[in-house]
Design a protein around this ligand. Structure first.
Ligand SMILES: C[S@@+](CC[C@H](N)C(=O)[O-])C[C@H]1O[C@@H](n2cnc3c(N)ncnc32)[C@H](O)[C@@H]1O
Length: 376
């Protein structure tokens, strides 16, 4: 791997699993990229979940890339589980059922894994014992929120009542009358302040390009999702508040019975690359990819590096290729200097972000390649 990307991000994320699950809504991503059987997608790997969603949705190939070795090891183990374990065992490996036997299941999968993946998991069997979906630094932070902070604000019965609500009007009323009290707002602001998050949830390097206070933005986005998106169909809020999904048929696509089967079949169309985006893209030919899931990677880069990344995507694709990425706290989209190369669909991006069940993001960018770097 070369010097491209944010070295601080690489160092901060390097040795551990940061995200065991995707905290980005696949429905938003699929709505932006609209992949089909002609698409070859380059997708930031992270937990693997959104790359799996793209493969299940029918992309011809998905190249899941990450500069973090542990994230790749996680996604490879999940994928081997989808391919070689039945649904009950797969859910157990992920921590979604009480079946247990996780180390035994890992040893069943071990012969199907490459050397680097085996080396990582042999040294981290304790994470497997926890269940894969709870094993990331960010998921540990969320469980701290659920187990230590939430009980200071709401009784378990109040949380359960909230999660049981079946319609949006009742949810809005409950939020206004029972949930959104002064204590909730005050403790939320402390727990999701940049200082606390940088210590325990996200790394300081992930805030490098952020300006201004972050807890107010997160509080506003949380208030929005708690009032505008039905909690019964929001797996993200369910996990944050309860540490589990209420309905596996309607959470991540690969967790349903059909999705598990589809991922097992699609597994051979998914490849992994352990590298940073810019270095990888510099080494591929024009036309290699037709769609890009950049996660929110552009906002970990400086403006100049972010432009380098977008130009590299254009050079590695062709006219009509789509790019999709989120903005969490830093506004990032194609700069004016690239206006002829990339068109922004701001209406689609705005519509999709309003429906985003993962709710912490401020914006979603959907861009289409209009002409290549060379014809410009
Ligand atoms: C962008 S992070 C998502 C973080 C999460 N949304 C947040 O903001 O806390 C998702 C994954 O992208 C990877 N990543 C970040 N920058 C990258 C780059 N330049 N090239 C390849 N992977 C990158 C990280 O290692 C991580 O696994």
């Amino acid at each position: 791997m070369s010097q491209h990307g944010t070295e601080a991000t690489r160092a901060a994320l390097g040795g551990q699993i940061s995200y065991a699950q995707s905290w980005k809504d696949p429905a938003v991503l699929l709505g932006g990229l609209r992949v089909n059987a002609d698409d070859d997608v380059l997708s930031v790997c992270a937990s693997g979940d959104n790359s799996f969603a793209l493969a299940i949705a029918g992309a011809r190939s998905v190249t899941a890339i990450d500069l973090s070795g542990p994230q790749i090891a996680l996604a490879k183990l999940k994928l081997a589980g989808a391919k070689h374990l039945n649904l009950a065992r797969f859910h157990s490996l992920l921590g979604l059922s009480g079946l247990g036997q996780r180390i035994y299941l890992y040893h069943l999968l071990r012969p199907h894994l490459d050397e680097a993946t085996v080396a990582f998991w042999d040294a981290n069997e304790a994470l497997i014992r926890e269940g894969l979906l709870g094993c990331g630094k960010f998921e540990h932070y969320l469980s701290l929120f659920r187990d230590r902070m939430l009980p200071l604000v709401h009784r378990q019965s109040t949380v359960d009542e909230f999660l049981d609500l079946a319609d949006l009007d009742a949810q809005r009323k409950f939020f206004a009358e029972r949930w959104n009290n002064r204590r909730w707002r005050a403790l939320f602001r402390v727990f999701f302040s940049q200082t606390v998050m940088a210590r325990s949830g996200r790394s300081a390097a992930q805030f490098a390009h952020v300006e201004g206070a972050v807890s107010g933005a997160f509080l506003e986005r949380t208030s929005h999702v708690m009032q505008e998106i039905p909690i019964a169909s929001n797996p993200y809020l369910q996990w944050i508040l309860a540490g589990k999904y209420r309905d596996l048929e309607h959470s991540q696509p690969y967790l349903s019975a059909e999705g598990h089967k589809a991922l097992g079949i699609a597994a051979d169309r998914i490849e992994f690359v352990h590298d940073d985006l810019i270095t990888h893209l510099a080494g591929v030919e024009a036309g290699t990819y037709s769609a890009f899931n950049l996660s929110d990677a552009p906002e970990y880069l400086s403006e100049a590096e972010s432009e380098t990344l977008l130009r590299a995507c254009v050079a590695a694709s062709g006219v009509g290729a789509r790019l999709a990425y989120w903005n969490l706290l830093v506004p990032r989209w194609r700069p004016p200097s690239m206006a002829k190369m990339l068109s922004r669909d701001t209406a689609l991006g705005e519509r999709l972000i309003r429906q985003d069940r993962a709710f912490v993001y401020g914006a979603f960018q959907v861009e289409t390649v209009e002409c290549s770097t060379f014809s410009h």
